[in-house]
Design a protein around this ligand. Structure first.
Ligand code: NAG
Ligand code: NAG
Ligand code: NAG
Ligand code: NAG
Ligand code: CA
Ligand code: CA
Length: 508
């Protein structure tokens, strides 16, 4: 106890003195020594001499170089190297090196938010420890001079977010690194794994996109700047996670659940709209747009996200579907979940979940019946790529999932939507999580026009089974052309599949 106190004081005293030379040194040396570890040089029995986080090499290999050159940002399931220098020979048989990785305010081994590992890895762990990290001594290390090249690997199911790595050797502890861990589409074991490099470049790395709007007869291409690699996007996106109501209610469980892209995409879909929480964008669908900008003002996500962050997490005014989807795409790409923006033309909003869009027309002298069912000339949502082992072990529902941040209907009493597997929408499997019936209706609902008569009866005037869900479009991989993916959402009109589906649905 006493010794620790003393160390702390020395540490504080030395911080000021060492700061200037340390930072000057980092800019010229190939190794970036961090202050914390440097301080120990001045301690009498210090064992940690220096740490180099190899930012350049690590961030390049983890596809995060565009994000930062002086912060370690890695992806789970993939090793990174750290060089540690000791003031004495490394003797792991006598004195093991232990490292602890911690994230969130309540790190716990059983929740996967804390992991203890080391060389040799003889650490006693709880049998229910989740997300166990590992470390190996690289061949190019010189234990006799205390120069260690460590290869550290976060597990492929680690919660994403900010971590502290602390090392302990011979009763001395030092902060090795503060780093950020992201999802890893390059890692086969990650639940967001995407095998094709061209697709990863498009759906994770591309900062520029096209959002389609207009109508099915005149499709407009609007460029959108995602800006997911802007300098402070890590900070902004982690803030979005930290102010979400589930985090405020139970921070330990929320941080633990950040290992799961299903959970994260659902949370982000709720946090992009300002309903229910301090979400990023406030929606408005008609003038006046006073106190903010018209939705058509925006051409990219970053100015919106930055503004939200700068005004202390107050929602930015105003957005409509393409703004919500564009902003969410930036957040998901930054976090490392592959995603793309989708436009559905003649998109139905089936307010009462019965798969028909009912429009009521008044007979002479009769008031029109109120209806909240509606058809939008287009609607924009997001597809995110992930496995759905929660729905089927055989991978049937893996792949693209609809996630829609536009506040249309509540799901579990919050304005959010999805992830809904596109395969489940195609096959009309409306009992699957999340919100499959709602998205199914957006692309499949029948339109019924009713005539309301003076005696209170109604006559069906017109029934249109074809117009909803047209020309479902997204930007193609590696080019600026439009890809029509309507056949991923629905079988050809009148096909056998659709008929069975409608019967199933009307029974619900
Ligand atoms: C990480 O270390 C910093 C600085 O020592 C501290 O403020 C922070 O609370 C730590 N975070 C975790 C998750 O341990
Ligand atoms: C540590 O590894 C890096 C590359 O991974 C290498 O350049 C460096 O020389 C190694 N350090 C030592 C002390 O061998
Ligand atoms: C759907 O709901 C509307 C309004 O309640 C109703 O008029 C219509 O008949 C319903 N359609 C079906 C197929 O149940
Ligand atoms: C939209 O889809 C329809 C068929 O559903 C097709 O006839 C039309 O050419 C498509 N429009 C465009 C712009 O591709
Ligand atoms: Ca919200
Ligand atoms: Ca309806």
């Amino acid at each position: 106890m006493e010794k620790k106190e003393k160390e702390k004081k020395t540490q504080q005293k030395n911080t000021n003195r060492t700061k200037v030379p340390v930072s000057r040194k980092t800019s010229h040396s190939s190794f970036d020594f961090i202050c914390f570890s440097y301080i120990f040089i001045y301690l009498f029995i210090a064992v940690f001499k220096g740490v180099s986080l190899n930012y350049e090499i690590n961030n390049t290999e983890h596809h995060t170089k565009k994000l930062s050159k002086d912060q370690l940002i890695v992806r789970r399931g993939q090793p990174f190297t750290v060089k540690v220098e000791l003031t004495q020979p490394f003797n792991p048989d006598l004195y093991p090196l232990t490292i602890t990785a911690e994230t969130g305010k309540y790190p716990s081994e059983n929740l996967g938010t804390k992991s203890c590992f080391g060389i040799p890895d003889k650490i006693r762990r709880s049998p229910s420890a989740k997300a166990v990290w590992k470390v190996e001594l690289e061949k190019r290390s010189y234990p006799l001079t205390g120069s260690l090249n460590l290869t550290i690997t976060p597990p492929a199911d680690a919660p994403v977010g900010k971590y502290n790595l602390t090392a302990r050797y011979r009763n001395e502890e030092t902060l090795l690194a503060t780093l950020v861990v992201l999802f890893n589409p390059w890692c086969p074991d990650d639940s967001v794994s995407l095998s094709d490099e061209a697709q990863r470049q498009e759906y994770v790395m591309n900062e520029h996109g096209i959002i389609y709007s207009g109508s099915e007869n005149y499709i407009r291409s609007v460029p959108w700047d995602f800006g997911q690699f802007e300098e402070d996007m890590v900070k902004i996106c982690l803030k979005i996670l930290d102010v979400n109501p589930k985090h405020l209610a139970n921070a330990a469980n929320d941080v633990s659940a950040r290992c799961n892209p299903i959970y994260v995409s659902r949370v982000v879909s709720a946090m992009i709209n300002s309903n229910d929480d301090c979400g990023v964008v406030e929606g408005r669908w008609s003038a006046p747009y006073s106190g903010g900008n018209e939705p058509t003002h925006w051409s990219g996500s970053y100015p919106i996200l930055k503004r939200w962050y700068d005004i202390n997490c107050q929602s930015v005014k105003y957005g409509q579907c393409w703004v919500f989807a564009g902003v969410m795409c930036s957040v998901m790409r930054l976090l490392g979940i592959p995603c793309r923006v989708i436009t559905n033309f003649q998109s139905a909003h089936d307010n009462n979940k019965n798969l028909t869009i009912d429009v009521y027309h008044a007979d002479y002298g009769v008031r029109e019946k109120e209806t909240r069912d509606s058809i939008w000339n287009f609607h924009v949502w997001l597809e995110c790529w992930m496995t759905r082992t929660d729905l089927a072990k055989d991978g049937k529902y893996d792949g693209w999932q609809v996630v829609d941040p536009t506040p249309q209907e509540k799901s579990d009493s919050v304005y959010c939507c999805g992830p809904a597997p596109v395969k489940a929408i195609l096959d009309g499997e409306t009992d699957l999580k999340y919100d499959v019936p709602f998205v199914f209706a957006e692309v499949n609902a029948d339109c019924v026009d009713w005539l309301c008569k003076a005696d209170g009866t109604m006559t069906k005037m017109l029934s249109d089974t074809k117009s909803v869900g047209q020309n479902i479009s997204t930007k193609a991989v590696g080019s600026n052309t439009r890809l029509d993916i309507t056949d991923k959402y629905k079988y050809k009109e009148g096909g056998f599949k659709k008929l069975t589906i409608v019967t199933e649905i009307t029974l619900i």
